[in-house]
Write a protein that binds this ligand. Structure first.
Ligand SMILES: [Mg+2]
Length: 379
């Protein structure tokens, strides 16, 4: 069997644009993957196709290395090259599963759990009030989730912000972030966990002012308090608060996360598998975290393709904590997967499928209806 081509389809999702990737073969079997962001991916896929056409597809790990090394001069240590690489790597694993008849979790060495705990991202309410945050998390609990996340950065009314460029917080903003965090926490039943996201906005001493205001509530994590390019700043926050700090969605490949893990600059590591390097890189990071006694909780904003691929890796990781779901505001998200037998994310969990490969059969009719304007199906 030989690889004959690589195709992509850009889907206008809610609120994201989703990029599906297909690896085709001369025997008609194909693998489906997903690259987490569309930026520049189409052009890069054309270059990856040149590297993979004619290759035997049964070697996803080696072929991903061929892409990484083949495009290193174009910047394959990070950025859009890795986005595209991730989408192809997921498709190669899906293809490998279809060739062998085995589900991805089995190709990875088995699983620790049959169902993967999903956490619900919760959009910022239009209303700035702490009560609106409390209502938002209550709705996620009613939908069955046992972990919810809310965004507390840049949510305060505009007059609270003194300067939009210096990464500093005003006293009013710190007070506001504390108020919405406490309101969300107090709205949750005792068996539901709360995560708070700061989207890498702040300098470490001000991020720490917020973290210290959260030390009296038992949150699962505070995410991305500082900009991703400075591990020392992140570690400063982590080392000076009892609040667990999560980070990792803006780092690339296992190489990019290795110093964060080895230096214990965060407590919970959050790579985005269909963005940061793919399935094998996800498994490597989970194992490195396990060696350092750190938790593994992947970021995710994908369709069911990237989400279920991530769920296979999570099922395989002993130190897995929770996997993100950021598609709750897309009314047709679950319908992307045909014949699933119910919602893909059901009451806060994904049952890891036993079908070959990733195990998501695409609803082509639905996806064709949501193509980005001007795009064609599998270009
Ligand atoms: Mg985040």
């Amino acid at each position: 069997m030989k690889i004959t081509g690589i195709k992509s389809a850009m889907i206008q999702g809610v609120p994201w644009t989703w990029t599906l990737v297909k690896v085709e073969t001369d025997e008609g079997i194909c693998g489906i993957g997903e690259a987490q962001l569309p930026i520049g991916v189409r052009d890069i896929l054309r270059n990856i196709e040149k590297l993979l056409v004619g290759e035997d597809p049964r070697h996803p790990v080696r072929l991903a290395q061929k892409i990484y090394r083949g495009l290193i001069g174009a910047g394959s240590t990070g950025g859009s090259i890795v986005l595209a690489l991730s989408g192809v790597e997921l498709a190669l694993w899906d293809l490998h599963g279809k060739i062998t008849g085995l589900p991805l979790w089995q190709l990875l060495g088995g699983k620790y759990r049959d169902r993967v705990r999903i956490y619900a991202d919760t959009a910022r309410p239009g209303d700035h009030s702490p009560a609106a945050y409390a209502d938002g998390v209550r709705q996620r609990v009613e939908a069955g989730y046992t972990v919810v996340k809310v965004d507390i950065d840049n949510s305060a009314p505009g007059e609270y912000r003194k300067d939009h460029h210096n990464r500093a917080l005003s006293r009013a903003e710190v007070e506001y972030m504390s108020a919405v965090s406490h309101a969300a926490y107090e709205a949750l039943p005792a068996d539901v966990e709360l995560c708070l996201d700061m989207h890498w906005c702040y300098q470490p001493t001000d991020a720490l002012r917020v973290a210290r205001r959260l030390e009296d509530i038992d949150i699962l994590w505070l995410e991305d308090p500082t900009p991703p390019e400075n591990l020392d700043a992140l570690k400063y926050v982590t080392d000076h608060t009892s609040v667990p700090i999560a980070c990792g969605e803006n780092h690339w490949m296992s190489h990019g996360l290795r110093p964060m893990i080895e230096d214990r600059a965060a407590d919970i590591i959050t790579p985005d598998i269909p963005r940061f390097g793919g399935v094998q890189e996800g498994k490597k990071v989970a194992e490195l975290c396990e060696l350092h006694s750190l938790a593994f909780a992947p970021h995710n904003i994908c369709t069911p393709v990237g989400t279920v691929a991530s769920a296979h890796v999570c099922a395989n990781a002993p130190n897995f904590l929770a996997l993100e779901h950021h598609g709750l505001d897309c009314p047709w998200w679950d319908d992307i997967a045909l014949d699933w037998g119910g919602p893909v994310v059901d009451r806060g969990y994904i049952i890891v499928p036993d079908r070959p490969g990733i195990g998501v059969e695409l609803n082509e009719e639905l996806l064709r209806a949501h193509l980005v304007p001007g795009e064609v199906w599998w270009d």
